[in-house]
Design a protein around this ligand. Sequence first.
Ligand code: ZN
Length: 355
Amino acid sequence: MEVDQEFNQDSKNSKADDQIDLEDARAKLESNNDENQIMDRGQAQAAAPGLAELNFDSDRLKIFYDRIFPAQLFFNWLSYNRMKQRDHQTLQSIDDKDIASDYFYHREFTFTLANDIYCRYLSFKTADEFKSALVSRVPHKIDLGAVYNISPQRHLQADKKSFVPMEKEVVFDIDMDSYDDIRQCCSGAKICQRCWAFPCLAAQLITMILKDDFDIHNILWVFSGRRGVHGWVCDSEARSMNNEMRSALVQYMSLNLGNENNERFTLPSPLHPHLLRAFKMLYPSFENIVIRDQDVLSVPKHQLRFLQFLPQEIRTTVEQKWNHIISVAKSDNDDQVGHKLWEVWLEQYKLWAAQ
Ligand SMILES: [Zn+2]
C-alpha cells in the first residue's frame, strides 16, 4: 500500500496512480482487434456476438466522452461546492451547465493523447468546458493533479515560484501485485473474484482507520481499470495536508513485516490497540480467504514461513506433527493437506494457550 505523495509542481509521477486509465482497455481491445483482422466483420460478429463492438478506436472513444463519461459528476465532485456566485444573493445550482467554480478551474488536468502525446497544465471553468475538451481532444488517459493558487492554464503568466500547488486529495494506492506472494489464483496485473477479496479488505481497513483515528469520512474507492484500487481521501483536512503529513499518515498505517531474510519477526505484547483492532477485523477473513480459499499452507514455502513465526515453545511440536501429515498426504495424494495443517496448528495453539 502506498500513498500518492506527489504534491509539487515539477512531478508528473502521479500519472501511474491517479490516471483514469483507458490504456489497459485499449490494449485488450487492440488484441481483440488483432484477432479480428483474420475475420471480416460479419464473421467476427457471428463467432462472438458483440465482440466487434468492443474494438477500440478514437471515434468510439469520442462517443464515450460525449454520451457516457460523467463530466458533470466530476465537476460536482472536484468543485467541493465552491461555486461562483451569480450575484451577492444567489448561488447558482450545481447542475447548471455553465456554472463556474474557481476551485475546479485551478485544478490541473493532464491528458495523454494518441501516440503518447502528453498535455499538462489543462484547466476548465465549467463542466461543459471540461466535456468539450474531452470530446474534441479524445484523451486516452486523464490525470488529476493538484489545485493551484492560479489556474494552471495561466501558469506561464506567473513566474515559476509563484505558481504553487495548494491542495490535493490524499490518494492510497493498493496494487494487486503486492499480493502475489500469497495468492495462488493470479499474479501481476491479473485479478479474479477470489483475489479481489484482498484489495477489498485493505480498503475496509484503511477506511476504518481514517474514520476512527482521523475523523475522515469522504473516501472514494475506485478500481483503476488496470492493476490497482485507489482510495481518494477527499475531506478538506486531507486535501490540505503537506507532504510531511501525508508521509506521517502512511507511516502510521505501515507495519514492517520484514522479508524472507528476516527470520524472526516479533510483535509487541500486549499489542498496541491500533494493531489489536486491525487483527480483530482481519482474522476471520485471514482464515476464510488466506487459509481456506487460497490454501497457502499447501505451499512448502509458506509452511516454512508460518513455522518461523511460531513461538519456540510450540514450534518443534507443530513441525513434527506437520511433517507427519505432509508425508502421509504425499503418499495419499491428499489435496486437503493445507487445511489439515491449519487444524493441527489451532489444536496445538489452544493447548499451549491453556497452560
Ligand atoms: Zn485471482
